[in-house]
Design a binder for this molecule. Structure first.
Ligand code: SF4
Length: 151
């Protein structure tokens, strides 16, 4: 049975981030899994209909996702998360490797909602929904742990 891993597209070099950049991860395991065809790249914010580049957004205390200019982008974030879940269910994906600290993909910490560069413990919208449905989430700092879990 081939394991499939949903991966934040920006970690695979796709320029999907709010600033139009990527955050490629150079890890031999990731390259091997990619070559094996195990990885399913996905960007929830693009899938939710947001443009690239786009204004930075942070999760507020009330759970809404707002840009620094005060635009409510919660519905796009939710749409991207629901499509991620649908994709995982269709393709029987049980693992996700998601970019830490993102308001969509973060699995341990996120920014505090006040656009001052400060992080707090928390989860992005997509990470939270996938985890609630039993998908195991790993950050880019946990590739070795993901390997152990797979083997
Ligand atoms: Fe990367 Fe996730 Fe941000 Fe898309 S939403 S750019 S996949 S961290």
């Amino acid at each position: 049975n081939t394991p499939k891993i949903l991966v934040s597209a920006c970690l695979l070099g796709c320029p999907a981030r709010y600033d139009g950049q990527s955050k490629p991860v150079n890890h031999p395991l990731l390259q091997r899994w990619h070559a094996n065809g195990w990885l399913v790249p996905y960007c929830p914010e693009q899938a939710g209909g947001l443009p690239t580049p786009r204004p930075a957004a942070e999760i507020q205390q009330d759970g809404r996702v707002m840009t620094g200019e005060g635009k409510d982008v919660t519905s796009a974030f939710l749409k991207g998360a629901e499509q991620a879940l649908a994709l995982c269910q269709q393709q029987k994906i049980k693992y996700a490797l998601l970019k830490e600290s993102s308001p969509s993909c973060g699995s341990h910490d996120i920014y505090d909602g006040q656009f001052r560069g400060r992080k707090i413990q928390g989860e992005g919208i997509t990470a939270h929904l996938l985890k609630a449905h039993g998908i195991r989430i790993f950050s880019e700092q946990q590739i070795d742990e993901l390997f152990t879990t797979l083997s």
